[in-house]
Ligand binder design. Structure first.
Ligand code: F6P
Length: 319
């Protein structure tokens, strides 16, 4: 393998830049040429491809977002569009591709691999919902952003003796809500993986208030319901002074944490090694602090599992 490409696709995540840097520097270290594909699969299809040098990825390790830009391209599921992408790659002499992104990006990488073009997937999403890896790049930074918000909301919640509903991202997964809720000391955490009982929540809040609790924090994963809707229902049930905060896209930005930078560096470099070893069609991940790789085609058939022990613990600690 002499030339490889790298792209970022789907929702961006903090840590994509250090991952790109790792891919580029590792490839150059091994005397490969690296091409940056700008604007995800859309940029690939339209041929927005430029050679990257060591300096192209200087001064990005600490920056959120992605220097290669990102996009969602639903049409990429069409075979003709995929063929166009492969043509562009071949025109540039590119023989392998590193795809940094989430679920949708992996589907694109899987499709290209099935058509004979080797791709390696690197899990970059704040949602932490990729099967085969304990952590995705960006999850830790997003958590820290949410914790910062919860801590601040807690201050005003206490002053006004209010109940706050905080809606967080995560698509269909409850990881952000669960980890941030546990780390932020939330009274209640709602995740799509577990049903909730409004009467029980109302009862717990009432008991807390009777015991002298000055505020309550409820973290709701967007995959459960809208925070605004939940806040309305809760208000009707309890008549507590309730406010809702939807954290939204601030969860996707910001300087990546040390954890995400190290994870991105390790996974990005490993992806290049796999291409050098002639192992396309893989996805990289981390399990018990060891790098792993697995078949990208199988990866999508597996189901991401959330750590339900953490959920149980959060319930025990928030009595
Ligand atoms: O997958 C990352 C994510 O931020 C999800 O948590 C969220 O549901 C979605 O992307 C939002 O997408 P968009 O940026 O297209 O609004």
């Amino acid at each position: 393998m002499k030339k490889i490409g790298v792209l970022t696709s789907g929702g961006d995540s903090p840590g994509m830049n250090p991952a790109i840097r790792a891919v580029v520097r590792k490839a150059i270290f091994h005397n490969l040429e690296v091409y940056g594909i700008y604007g995800g699969y859309a940029g690939l299809v339209s041929g927005n491809i430029k050679k990257l040098e060591l300096g192209s990825v200087g001064d990005i390790i600490h920056r959120g977002g992605t220097m290669l830009y990102s996009a969602r391209l639903p049409e990429f599921k069409n075979k003709e569009v995929q063929q166009k992408a492969i043509e562009q790659l071949k025109n540039h002499g590119i023989e392998g591709l590193v795809v940094i992104g989430g679920d949708g990006s992996y589907r694109g990488a899987k499709a290209l691999t099935e058509q004979g073009f080797p791709c390696v997937g690197v899990p970059g999403t704040i949602d932490n919902d990729i099967p085969g890896t304990e952590f995705t790049i960006g999850f830790d930074t997003a958590l820290n952003t949410v914790i910062d918000a919860i801590d601040k909301i807690r201050d005003t919640a206490t002053s006004h003796e209010r109940t706050f509903v905080i809606e967080v991202m995560g698509r269909d997964a409850g990881d952000i809500a669960l980890w941030a809720g546990l780390a932020g000391g939330a009274e209640t955490i709602l995740i799509p993986e577990e049903n909730y009982d409004m009467d029980e929540i109302a009862e717990r809040l009432k008991k807390g208030s009777e015991r002298g609790k000055k505020h309550s924090i409820i973290v709701v994963a967007e995959g459960v319901c809208s925070g605004v809707e939940f806040g309305k229902q809760l208000n009707e049930k309890t008549h507590f002074d309730t406010r809702v905060s939807v954290l939204g896209h601030i969860q996707r930005g910001g300087s990546p944490t040390a954890f995400d930078r190290v994870l991105a560096s390790r996974l990005g470099a490993r992806a290049v090694e796999l291409l050098i070893e002639g192992k396309g069609g893989r996805a990289v991940g981390i399990e018990k602090n060891h790098l792993v790789d697995y078949d990208i085609i199988e990866a999508l058939d597996k189901k991401h599992t959330l750590d339900l022990d953490l959920f149980k613990l959060s319930k025990e600690l928030s009595i």
